[in-house]
Design a protein around this ligand. Structure first.
Ligand code: CS2
Length: 498
């Protein structure tokens, strides 16, 4: 008889020896591991991507690179991890079946809103040389269209009013730099989110925050801090209760912090550090002079296609990416969009064959073992669309290239904002600008030309330029009209046929 997976003993230091199911264990001594890295935003992506890289780097090259984890908002991650002595597992899954690794690099968890001072102290500790961030696009409090710090953001205003007890990433880093300055303790801060030029943007936003608080600090930021650009990649769906049960059954212990991801993983890091760092290259990371080509290829070809799958899929009533990709009309639309509308905007780079890259992406999207929800990717469209699809559209407008499929993807996002799919089932809108966008959707009406024009005036997303592009407006209106007249699959076929 098999035991109910919910009643199995909890994973922790004491029980870890009982793990079964071929779990790979960390080859490092946790008790002796110093804390040299702080990570902001301990979610599924950190657990599935950065943590395994740091673990392998320590296993192969040593170093005191244990991680202090920080949650910027909720205590959930700490509450899951603390009873497990901060141990958790990562399970890679595809048609070949699951493979699980135990991760032991996380040493402690802090929750910023509960104790901002403790987070600032951890970030200011001179033993800490590396800060990594996965806080999602909205965590940076930027104006999505311009990419500059949104000085009117309520969280930024609050942190500027109380800079000694900050809660935003920019505020926490600035407060820590102030303390580090006295000790001249250099630091590398790595943004690992899907923003273009993520390091440069974070640097500019921290500098701007500092300038508004204490101009002397702003002038000193570059003396002690490097902000390398990075490209991160691993598809990591949110863990479901069913995943937790399945993993517990296989490994014989209950891991409430478990994550599931695809086998593929990639990390490209700009070689811009001021002090020591984990030997991530030993774990397969690429350390390069210029991340931009990798980052643009990934943001536009992977994330741009992902968002397109998410909005077209949601509108047509598909819950998972792999199900959307199983519909031939969608699959050929995505492939054509990547090949004809996105790849031509990317500069050719030695060693990066876009055709092969696209084929591999389509295969990854089809992974039948990953239950990646379209609703998860559809979240925060106002923040995601500018770097994923609108920058591509701008590049195409400039070179006179095709934009019809990109425009249909944007039209699908706009149609999702009605809050119902084409079968009348509700679509939940999760977006920091949800209220304004949904109001706009209701007020913009049904006429495709007027609806397109009304949305293009939403500057945080479309900037000032796209509203003035007659070509873009017309393509968007055609996309909206096709989705209304034909239904989603017919619209996809029609636009794809040209
Ligand atoms: C996805 C990404 O949720 C999303 O918006 O597009 O999280 C995507 O899975 C990762 O960037 C893959 O590396």
């Amino acid at each position: 008889m098999t035991q109910d997976p919910k009643t199995l003993p909890r994973l922790c230091e004491r029980t870890a020896a009982q793990l079964r199911g071929g779990v790979v264990r960390p080859a490092l001594d946790r008790r002796k591991l110093g804390a040299g890295q702080v990570h902001l935003g301990v979610g599924a992506f950190f657990k599935a991507h950065l943590a395994p890289y740091t673990q392998q780097a320590i296993e192969r090259a040593g170093g005191g690179w244990g991680v202090i984890g920080v949650s910027l908002r909720r205590p959930d991650a700490r509450d899951e991890l603390a009873p497990q002595d901060h141990l958790f597992t990562v399970t890679e899954t595809d048609a070949a079946g699951p493979r699980t690794t135990l991760i032991g690099v996380l040493k402690d968890m802090l929750v910023a809103p509960e104790n901002p001072g403790a987070v600032v102290d951890a970030l200011a500790d001179p033993a800490v040389k590396i800060v990594t961030l996965t806080i999602t696009e909205k965590g940076y409090c930027l104006d999505p269209a311009s990419g500059a710090l949104d000085e009117n953001h309520p969280d930024i205003r609050r942190d500027l009013a109380h800079p000694e007890a900050p809660r935003t990433a920019a505020g926490l880093i600035a407060a820590a730099l102030k303390k580090r300055l006295a000790a001249r303790a250099p630091l590398a801060v790595l943004s690992c989110d899907n923003l273009s030029s993520n390091g440069a943007r974070l640097r500019a936003s921290v500098r701007r925050f500092a300038e508004l608080w204490d101009p002397a600090l702003a002038r000193a930021v570059d003396d002690i801090t490097a902000f390398p650009n990075t490209m991160v990649d691993r598809i990591t769906p949110a863990t479901t209760p069913a995943d937790l049960d399945k993993i517990a059954e296989r490994i014989g212990l209950r891991d409430e912090a478990a994550v599931v991801a695809e086998p593929f993983t990639q990390w490209v890091i700009e070689d811009r550090f001021m002090a020591a760092r984990p030997a991530w290259e030993e774990a397969g990371a690429l350390i390069v002079d210029d991340v931009a080509p990798y980052e643009l290829a990934k943001l536009r070809l992977l994330n741009g296609a992902h968002s397109t799958i998410a909005y077209l899929g949601q509108l047509a009533g598909y819950d998972h990416v792999a199900d959307v990709m199983a519909e031939p009309a969608f699959a050929s639309f995505i492939a054509a969009m990547q090949t004809e509308e996105i790849a031509p905007t990317l500069r050719p780079v030695e060693g990066l064959a876009y055709e092969t890259y696209i084929d591999a992406l389509l295969e990854r999207f089809r992974n039948p073992a990953l239950r990646h929800r379209t609703a998860q990717i559809a979240m925060d469209g106002s923040q995601k669309l500018p770097p994923r699809l609108l920058e591509t559209a701008r590049a195409q407008l400039e070179r006179g290239g095709p934009i019809e499929r990109i425009a249909l993807a944007i039209a699908a996002w706009i149609e999702c904002l009605r809050g119902v799919d084409r079968r009348g089932a509700p679509i939940e809108i999760n977006d920091p600008l949800a209220d304004r966008l949904m109001r706009l959707s209701a007020e913009a009406g049904d006429d495709p030309e007027e609806r397109a024009a009304a949305f293009l005036r939403f500057r945080e997303v479309f900037g000032a330029d796209l509203a003035d592009s007659g070509r873009f407006r017309a393509a968007l209106a055609r996309g909206l009209a096709a989705l209304r007249a034909d239904g989603v699959i017919a619209a996809v076929k029609r636009i794809n046929a040209g």
